[in-house]
Design a protein around this ligand. Structure first.
Ligand code: PPS
Length: 568
């Protein structure tokens, strides 16, 4: 007996050749990473019954009622958003080719409808609030194009993935495998986080309860901004898989772009897992929750998602397995659902924030919490603070002493060793990276953005970047901070030598020239310097030698955990 296939949208082999000929005359639409995720699942049947991007009636119906106009349940609007400029070049009634970011043609869309969505209503209805603290609402208002395109899709090729091909399975791949293995009941577990013992206990219990096999089905398309990167997560999943009972559990990656839409998302996830051939789906506490809103409250109640799935239980074609959070009970040396913990028992748990703190500080992570091989993977990408990269970002007037102090501190860091050090001095950058730039506001900003970009790459890769430009504008300095802080350490160091002292020194004779009008837009003379508001350090060079300043910086680095005590 053959397995039951979910319909795919790919052209048959003979049509595919024709289509490749025809696309030569079609306009192209280059897809964003999120659209690529949507297209992939649409083409491979993960989004069945969708046969294309939603037209206006379907879109309105999904937004308002969570149903397509056909009546089928579908909670998340999937339209192809484009810019006004692109919309003007497209003609309804014709076709366009959908390409990936390298220009590879993936599908053809029939240009059936173009319409302008009411994004405020979409935010209210789909995400529960028009509040930009919600990542999907922020995306909707800042990244989603103003025009939506609807039309049937014919697939040409699957999007190419170079990473973890051995773990990627389409819905029909999984259906075929389940059939071959004789897995008649399969319970799916959705995740966007590394898995620890509590997850394994929870999923094994769910499988036992339903007498089903288990599919660990992590999302690797797009998850919540700030999540652990998927390379690290997949290595953790590979490690965790070794801890499941043999032959009972499989793992497959899902190239989904999550919306973090809580209850609607849970329903969507259930439908997607049904399409992947699963019979059961685990929904835990706060499923696909986006965190706090701008008032500091949760967007959704902790069990809203379970209620939503329950409400539609008889038509989703997959059974929900609701689950309580699992906690470790010290006295029993065992994990149990939180509602089964006795009053006199001690429950232990390590929150995500606490885990990140322990990783950052290189502290122990108990074996009751996670597996040593998972922790080892996490430590590789989350080294302790004193092994992470950082940026020293000096700012101050010309002649304030930035370069001298930067050189002094660089020498001390090189003496200490351990991390590569790069100095991006203002003058040196102007000669190399930014030789074509002037000192207009626009060009100064560009100069600082370039320095920020290079420093962010160095920091990300565990090195030390020492930047010493004037960087007179606060907004640009803040941009650099925002870019670097998530990747490692960032110290803004204001070299606060006064204009009088700088001008008095005038080592390069530039102040005299600026006063004489020979140099225009000179910082402090006829161009502003915006004093840093909350720098990590302010250095006063009037009564401090460069060597002392360098020491102050090392002490600050140590207090921030960025240097081990021995270095300073
Ligand atoms: S900025 O504003 O951050 O892009 O400036 P920066 O790249 O650090 O370049 C500052 C050096 O260029 C010389 N110079 C000027 N500085 C300020 N304003 C004007 N108009 C100007 N023209 C040339 C000056 O030598 C600066 O070097 P430092 O080391 O700061 O003295």
């Amino acid at each position: 007996m053959a397995f039951e296939r979910v319909p795919e949208l790919y052209a048959a082999p003979n049509e595919r050749a024709d289509l490749l000929e025809k696309i030569k005359d079609m306009p192209s639409i280059d897809l964003t990473p999120r659209q690529l995720c949507d297209l992939e699942l649409m083409m491979n049947g993960g989004f069945a019954p969708l046969t294309g991007f939603l037209g206006e009636d379907d879109y309105n119906s999904v937004v308002e009622t969570m149903r397509l106009t056909s009546g089928a349940l579908w909670p998340i609007p999937i339209a192809l958003d484009i810019s006004d400029a692109l919309a003007e070049t497209l003609t309804l009634g014709t076709q366009a080719v959908l390409r990936d970011q390298e220009g590879v043609p993936l599908a053809v869309i029939d240009l059936e409808e173009m319409y302008r969505p009411d994004k405020h209503r979409e935010a209210e209805m789909v995400y529960g609030a028009d509040d930009e603290a919600h990542p999907a609402v922020r995306y909707l208002h800042h990244q989603t194009g103003p025009v939506y395109l609807g039309g049937a899709v014919t697939g040409i090729d699957e999007p190419v993935h170079y990473d973890y091909r051995q773990h990627r399975y389409t819905p029909n791949d999984l259906r075929r495998m389940f059939h071959k293995w004789g897995w008649r009941k399969v319970v799916a577990f959705q995740t966007r986080n590394p898995l620890h013992r509590a997850h394994v206990e929870l999923t094994v219990r769910a499988a036992q309860l339903t007498e089903a096999n288990l599919l660990i089905h992590p999302v690797v398309g797009m998850t919540k901004p700030g999540d652990v990167d998927h390379f690290t997560r997949v290595r953790c999943y590979e490690a965790v898989m070794r801890h499941y009972p043999d032959q009972t559990t499989a793992m497959a990656l899902l190239h989904l772009a999550m919306r973090m839409a809580g209850p609607r998302e849970a329903l969507w996830h259930a439908l997607i897992r049904r399409n992947h051939g699963c019979t059961h789906f685990i929904v835990g506490r706060d499923h696909a929750g986006p965190g706090k809103n701008s008032q500091g409250e949760d967007f959704y109640g902790p069990y809203d998602a379970q209620e939503m799935v329950t409400k539609h239980a008889d038509e989703i074609g997959i059974e929900m397995v609701p689950f309580q959070a699992m906690v470790y009970v010290q006295e029993r040396a065992q994990y149990v659902p939180i509602n089964e913990v006795g009053e006199d028992e001690t429950q232990l748990n390590i929150s995500g924030t606490e885990l990140r703190r322990r990783l950052r500080e290189g502290l122990e992570i108990d074996e009751w919490f996670s597996y040593p091989d998972v922790v080892q993977e996490l430590r590789k990408t989350h080294p302790p603070r004193d092994q992470q990269g950082f940026t020293l970002f000096f700012t101050g007037l010309s002649g304030s002493g930035k370069s001298t102090i930067a050189n002094a501190v660089m020498t001390k860091l090189l003496e200490a060793g351990g991390r590569p050090v790069t100095l991006l001095d203002g003058d040196v950058v102007r000669k190399n990276l930014s030789s074509e730039l002037s000192f207009s506001k626009e060009h100064r900003d560009l100069n600082i953005q370039r320095i920020g970009y290079v420093a962010s790459e160095i920091t990300k890769n565990g090195g030390i970047a020492i930047c010493a430009p004037i960087a007179p504008y606060k907004a640009t300095r803040d941009q650099v901070r925002d870019q670097i802080e998530p990747l490692g350490g960032f110290l803004e160091i204001h070299v606060a030598t006064s204009l009088e002292v700088c001008e008095g020194r005038d080592r390069k004779g530039l102040y005299a020239k600026a006063r004489a009008g020979l140099i225009k837009e000179f910082t402090g003379i006829d161009d502003p310097y915006e004093t840093p508001v909350h720098p990590e350090l302010v250095l006063d060079t009037d009564d401090t030698t460069p060597d002392e300043s360098a020491h102050k910086i090392l002490l600050k680095l140590e207090s921030m955990g960025l240097l081990s005590a021995r270095t300073s």
